[in-house]
Design a binder for this molecule. Sequence first.
Ligand code: ASP
Ligand code: MG
Length: 412
Amino acid sequence: MSLVVHKYGGSSVADAEKIKNVARRIVEVKKNGTGVVAVVSAMGDSTDELIELAHSVSDQPHPRELDLLLSTGELVACTLLTMALADLGQEAVSLTGSQAGIHTDTSHGRARIHSVDTARMLKELHEGRIVVVAGFQGISEDEDITTLGRGGSDTTAVALAAVLEAERCEIYTDVDGIYTADPRIVPEARKLSEIGYDEMLELANYGAKMHPRSIELGSVFDVPIYVASSFNETPGTLIHRIDGDADKRVMEDRIKVTGIACTINVAKITVRSVPDQPGVAAALFEPLAQSGISVDTIVQNTSEDRTTDISFTVSGTDLKAALAKVEELTKEIGYGALISEANLAAVSVVGSGMQHTPGYASRMFRVLADGKVNIDMITTSEIRISCIIREDQAQEAVRLLHRGFQLDEPDE
Ligand code: ASP
Ligand code: MG
């Protein structure tokens, strides 16, 4: 029997009516003879509410307890969906991440999946049941419940599709696919019918609302990922391997990118006058990595007088913790002054065509300059250019870039 994995995000299971709607959709698929494993997120904003609740009783909720608490959000959604399926006459069983055999490392709040033992899921599938799995969680080798990080249900779904060798992973959400830019910011944004893993990974890392690790897993295990709305039948976007994608675009004589991404709530820290010698960057970034603070853009100036400035960005949410860590270090080793700035944003243009075509970067800078947007920092990958700018200019910058790269014009 063919098998698909569905994933329903929090907004798709936000209330009883929506859960019943999801149940109907799943039954339709099952009726056509396809087995279904459905991964669900917690209802609506309930994960946020649980986090708030934890912080209302403790300044620093214990990571183990917090993970166990957060895992309950998904349990509520998956048990309710299973009941709704039963009401439609469909045999179904709900499983926690642990019951579904999802084994992770011990990093609470950002656990990585080590392996999946499929025995229980396969047994239930063979007996004709729909398997409903609580997203975003697993069990560690210490037998503690872990969570994969915010938005992690996407990663659960793609991981299960990979190990179960499902035909594809279908991610249902409140938007009907991946757009050339966020349609709430750019009304002319167009939906992409397909996109390659690499480009999607850049978009996900830099603003599109998908858990980037799910795209990495999809790429490694070649799982086609279909993103569509759970509220209508509008065709969505297929994320899959696109061969020769880049080459086709190089032949075009005008510059074309795939999409514009935007991350807000970015903060920058600058460490002034650091000694320009081996080991300094390592000393600076190791403690940050150890405390789970992820650093994005890093810029080091060339040194005059054997000292240099290092600037880097972190999420605004991590700014306080990052500053505290860096301060400890500057005191210890006697570095120069610390400067920080919040309320920044990263705007990015993404396109696999840019690997072989000159002119993307200069075009991006020209568009931003004409729009009087100051660029604070710049980073690039093979298929992405990102600029750190002021957060209050981010939306306008996305609109300008969308127009500047002619993304509002349909493909010929
Ligand atoms: N419920 C979790 C969150 O809100 C996981 C998810 O939605 O994928 O982050
Ligand atoms: Mg959620």
